[in-house]
Design a protein around this ligand. Structure first.
Ligand code: PLP
Length: 263
């Protein structure tokens, strides 16, 4: 019998197809997994920005998670935009009934366009309830600054602050450096299970097509974990995938704003 590894995303829907659930599902397929999706919010957005967010009723989100996990299960889960405290608590409560180790949390807060995707009052709930519950978090610089409560000014600071994001060395952290300036871009990964810090360097790819890069990167980590790679191996493969996805999509003209990457 052929075994197909299953990756589940719990996130918001982007009708323009570049971010959120749609990016996650395309990434799962491209990275060799069967993808399943639980939608927590329908976002009215495109490559230019977010117009509105329509959250799905909380019992309906819990119901979708149960429907997927009771039937097909999941080898890894990626959690993206959760919008509110109620949704964060419901997702944690439902997932805690299953023993799934590979949970990747992208602490989505603000879109590239500057629009808020997580309510301000939900940030504390994310920190106290969900982050300590997952295997790895994938903040970008603005998200890390909010979690840390302080500014990050340079690349040199990343290896110093990364452990402060690990909640007492319990949670691994992939800190994405794309928001810093410079032609060399070095993401930093702290593996809390081996207590190692690894630098993942690449040349910056100059393109406006960056919509959904965060979603794609975290989904790729989940897909490679589902396929049985080590944590560090999954992060390295995901970095390679996101670089190739941005490079391949750099020349596309899709939409009037920040276009998507290529999956
Ligand atoms: N829309 C949805 C539904 C998302 O989950 C995310 C995730 O980060 C975004 C938009 C943000 O996309 P970007 O910041 O790449 O524009």
């Amino acid at each position: 019998m052929k075994h197909y590894k299953i990756a589940l995303t719990i996130a918001g829907s982007d009708p323009s197809g570049g971010a959120g659930i749609q990016a996650d599902l395309k990434t799962f397929s491209a990275c060799g997994c069967y993808g399943a999706t639980v939608i927590v919010a329908v976002v009215d957005e495109n490559t230019i920005g977010v117009t509105d967010v329509h959250p799905i009723p909380v019992p309906f989100v819990s119901g979708q998670i149960k429907s997927v996990l009771d039937d097909i299960g999941a080898d890894a889960i990626k959690i993206g935009m959760l919008h509110s405290s109620e949704l964060i608590l419901a997702v944690k409560d439902t997932l805690s009934r299953y023993s799934i180790k590979n949970i990747v949390l992208d602490p989505v807060m603000v879109a590239t366009s500057g629009d808020k995707l997580l309510q301000d009052e939900a940030i504390e709930t994310l920190k106290s309830e969900l982050i300590p519950f997952v295997r790895v978090i994938t903040p970008n610089i603005p998200e890390a600054e909010i979690l840390l409560g302080k500014k990050i000014r340079s690349q040199e600071e990343l290896p110093k602050v990364i452990k402060d994001l690990s909640f007492g060395n319990r949670v691994s952290v992939l800190l994405k450096a794309g928001h810093l300036t410079g032609d060399k871009l070095t993401d930093v990964f702290y593996n809390a299970e081996t207590n190692e810090i690894i630098e993942l360097s690449s040349q910056r790819i100059h393109t406006k097509n960056t919509h959904g890069t965060g979603c794609t990167f975290s989904s790729a980590v989940a897909a490679f974990l589902a396929r049985g790679l080590s944590l560090t191996g999954a992060v390295k493969h995901a970095k390679d995938y996101i670089n190739k996805a941005i490079t391949a999509g750099a020349g596309y003209e899709i939409g009037k704003g920040h276009g998507p990457v290529h999956h």
